[in-house]
Structure formats: C-alpha cells, structure tokens
Design a protein around this ligand. Structure first.
Ligand code: ASP
Ligand code: MG
Length: 409
C-alpha cells in the first residue's frame, strides 16, 4: 500500500479532455489499496487571465481581494477533476486549501505554508476517495485566503506530501524531468536520473524553471522524495532526494542554469564610510526589492568614494528607480544606472566542493567565447556569472558542452 501525492500543473488540466487523460492514467496505475491525493493548478492560463482581469479594474495591489480572486482558478479545476473521476466510476472529493488544512502566513501573493492539518484528507481517503486538493492556496489564522506565489502548487503538493508522510510526491509536467540545462536552449541537455535537494534548490533559485524553489525546500525539510516526470509518458523522470543512490549519477557539475530576469544596478561615487551600504540595502529591502549579486569596488585613487554594483529582478526595476532617486537626496552618490539587458549563467554541482579549478574552467570557456563577465558570485555548490543578455545562449551551450558533457565522457 502506498500513499502518493500527484501534482498536475495548469497545462495538464487545461481542458476537460486533458482532465480525462489524467483520470484514466491515475486509475490505470492505481493499485487496489493505494491512497491517491492529487494537487492541481488552475486550468491553462486561468491565473494569468485573472491577473489581467484585475488590472482592468485597478492598478492598486489590493492583496486580500487579489488572492481571493486568484484562488478561484484552482477551485474550478479541483471541482471538475472530482467530477471527471466520478464520471469514470471512482469516488472522488475536492478540497480547497483550507479544507485540506493548509495554514498560510498573511503575506498576500507570497504566502508561506505555516502548518498543515491533513485530517480531513485522511478521512476522505479512508472513505475510498481520491482526494483532489487546490494548489497554490492556504488560509490565514484570520480565515483569509493567501496564495503561495506563482507556481505555488508545487509547494502545496510537496508540503502536503510531507505532512501526510507520503511515500513520494510526483510532479507531473510537460517535460520528461529535470535536465542538465534548459533543453530549449541546448539540444545536448541530458535528463538527470537523480539530483539532490541542495542541487535542485540551487538550480531552481538560479533560473531553472522546472520547480518552485520553495517546493524543493519543503521536500528537503520533510525528506519526501520528489519525482519530476512527464504528464504525457510513463517514462521515469528525475528523483530529487537527499543523496545520490547511484554513484554513476553523481558528477562534479550537475547542471547549467540561466536567468534573464536580471537587471544590473550601478551606483557610482558613493561615500565610502560605515553605514552607507546598510542604508542603501535596508531601504531596498524595506521596499521589497530583492537584491542578488553585490560587489563594492576598491578605489585606490580616491578612497573616500566607492562604486556599488548589484543585481535585481527586472520586475523590480521601476520600484528600485523610485527608491534610488529618493536615496540620492539623503546619501552622497554621483549617479546610478540600471541596465536591463543582463543575464546570469550558473553552474551547479555538489561535486565542486573541494574540487579546485572549476571556476577557472568556467571563466576560460566564457573567455574563449569572447563573453565578458561583469559580476561573479559563488555558493558552496554553484558559481554564477553576470553577462550580457544577448550572449546567454552561447554561454549556456559552451559551458554545458565543455563542463557538463565532457565531465560525463
Ligand atoms: N495557478 C498558479 C500559477 O499559475 C499556481 C501554479 O500553477 O502552480 O502560478
Ligand atoms: Mg499555472
């Protein structure tokens, strides 16, 4: 007997026909005493459509009302899915996030799951039902709905699987699994059989769009294996787990990620004294601008002044401009420039820990391609370079072929 949580995204439930495909597949694969919980997203582009509907009414972020609106997309798909199962002769029941016991913080639009009490889900399973839970939503202590950030159904699925101590959480998607790099950019991308939570978290954080980073975090916290696999085939996908089970799957560099949602902010001639960096970044943080890579230059000629360069997401450019215009009035700065045509290319691999020369190889490959590196940042298991956006595909190709593929010889 197994308890399995299966998550289907918006494109997998876009039409009634696609819903029936899922029903048929789930029922065909289900063993008599398997307990199955489905987490589903809103049909197709419903969430985007709801967002644009709201934009026609207001440009003001009314968080509470917005989350109530967005959460309706998932309510449509759970109800229809439950009907589709019953139509094919299997008992099923749909549940909102609240009914499934998913508590969330009151940060509208980016709620975090704070607690899960899945007792109602267990009860429904005991009654012989397949349970279909709305992804992307939770309920606050005050009884308000919050959504969990775009792509948040992944997080719902993994967290629910964790809380229910499921055997596995399967994430069904339109690709065959997690690849060594984006297969749309590099035809040489290889499907990974396994990847660790830590590596997957880095890949997701650095731009690989397969999964919401928070979902990977949940998997790691609860120790639930996550199986990323295709909606359209029965092939094994990629298992995300704590550690590799086969050494053949382990490599120095696991994958290459790229991110074009990047803008570079350069502050020139900033006063070089204690507290200035704190003021700048605290003000940005207070304005909810996420800052990623940061460098402060060392000046030898005039060390009373310094330059600070950092990156933000392009979505935050307008916000950051306002904040920096204001800051110019209170701290000394010659000027600031924002360049939106930047991209980040990163390599990820737990195997690079204690392996000298990996960074040098990456920089060498970029230099051979004539690609200039603007900023470098590293973590224990990743190295990222900020480069011009129009060179990012070449960079991914070259780094992937020379570092990832050659390493697998
Ligand atoms: N429907 C939500 C979105 O489009 C959540 C999800 O798909 O995971 O972001
Ligand atoms: Mg969606």
């Amino acid at each position: 007997m197994a308890l399995i949580v299966k998550k289907f995204g918006g494109s997998s439930v876009a039409t009634p026909e696609k819903m029936f495909n899922i029903v048929n597949r789930v029922l065909a694969g289900k063993k008599e005493d398997d307990n199955i919980v489905l987490v589903v997203s809103a049909m197709g582009d419903t969430t985007d459509e709801l967002v644009s509907l709201a934009k026609q009414v207001t440009s003001h972020p009314y968080g509470r009302e917005m989350d109530r609106l967005l959460s309706t997309g998932e309510q449509m798909s759970i109800a229809l899915m439950a009907m589709a199962f019953m139509e094919k002769g299997h008992p099923a029941v749909s549940m909102t996030g609240e009914q499934a016991g998913i508590k969330s913080s009151n940060a509208y639009g980016k709620g975090r799951i704070t607690d899960i009490d899945p007792s109602r889900v267990f009860e429904a399973l005991k009654g012989g039902n397949i349970v279909i839970v709305a992804g992307f939503q939770g309920i606050t202590d005050d009884g308000d709905i919050t959504t969990l950030g775009r792509g948040g159904s992944d997080t719902t699925a993994v967290a629910l699987a964790g809380a229910m101590k499921a055997d596995v959480c399967e994430i069904f998607t339109d690709v065959e699994g997690v690849y060594s790099t984006d297969p749309r950019i590099s035809p040489n991308a290889v499907k990974l059989a396994e990847i660790t939570y830590g590596e997957m978290l880095e890949m997701a954080r650095l731009g690989a769009g397969v999964m919401q980073p928070r979902a990977v975090e949940m998997g790691s916290r609860y120790g639930v294996p996550i199986h990323v696999r295709s909606t359209f085939s029965d092939n094994e996908g990629t298992i995300i787990r704590e550690a590799y089970t086969m050494s053949a799957n382990e490599h120095v560099i696991t994958g290459v990620a790229d991110d074009t949602n990047v803008a570079k902010v350069s502050l020139a001639g900033v006063e070089n004294k204690p507290g200035v960096a704190h003021t700048i970044f605290q003000t940005l943080a207070d304005g909810n601008v996420d800052v990623d890579m940061i460098v402060q230059s060392v000046r030898t000629i005039n060390d009373a002044l310094t330059d600070i360069v950092f990156t933000i997401t392009r979505d935050d450019v307008v916000l950051a401009k306002d904040i920096l215009e204001n800051l110019k009035k209170t701290i000394r700065m010659d000027d600031f420039v924002i360049n939106e045509h930047m991209a980040k290319v990163s390599i990820v691999g737990a195997g690079m820990l204690g392996q000298p020369g990996v960074a040098a190889k990456m920089f060498g490959i970029l230099s051979a391609e004539g690609i200039n590196i603007e900023i470098i940042s590293t973590s224990e298991i990743s190295i990222s370079c900020l480069i011009a956006e129009d060179r990012v595909k070449e960079a991914v190709h070259a780094i992937h072929d020379k570092l990832v593929l050659d390493g697998r010889g």
